[in-house]
Design a protein. Sequence first.
Length: 288
Amino acid sequence: MKSNRSLGVVLAVAVLVLAGCSAAPPVTAPPAAAPSALQTVLSGQWRSAESIARDGARRPVESLAFWGLKPGMTILEVQPGAASWWTEILAPYARLTGGTFYATGSDLANPELSEGAKKIRSDFEAKYADAAIFGKVNVVNWGPKSAPLPANAFDWVLVARSFHGWMGQNGTEKNLADLYRALKPGGILAIEQHRANPGEQDPKAPQGYVTEAYVIAAVESAGFKLAAKSELNANSMDTKDHPFGVWTLPPTRRTSPFGKPDDPTFDRSKYDAIGESDRMTLRFVKPG
């Protein structure tokens, strides 16, 4: 019995020694989640410091999620503007996710098109010529005399801060009809627009502000259906009574009327404190 107990002790010690000699598997942290395509784009080196600084006011992640942007979509951005802030995000996003990006440009088929308008388009095309970053940026004609866009071609269309310009040029009805035809059934029309206080709407929107009710009525008259609206881009500090309209506020920061030289004595502090405008954020769909 004694010898058996001794043998058991020896065996137990041997097991412990062998266990101590075995290397334990290394403990590693779980791999970090890969950044999303949108996160990758937002940190892109092609975006200027000024563009990135506006992310806080324009909320691209939240806005695009609300508007239903998905990987692989065929995207149309209407009237990107000189800054083309959204283009810097949407074009590379389409490239990274297997989508296709289009933007509207000056109507080259219009024989009355000014040299200035032609230059605006050529400058835009040059800015986004690097396919390694932006993919292929397709530009389609857009203007008061432009031919209809391709029918049922787009999954998602963005109209950002353009509605007041349409109203000033009597182009609202044509533009919305063109977009309705161009969207696929079930496609999304995303609208961001400087928002006027409720009440009577000046049909020319000279201050750049438009009532939410006016926009919804016009878009639904074209056949779209309002799917949702959000206060993501609301700004309760915007009093909407600025001397040079919405363009008094950042990012334009106008200090004098259109066509006049900047006024270096104009006190901007009040308007800079307000920040960017109070904006409606609306999502419409094309039935089907």
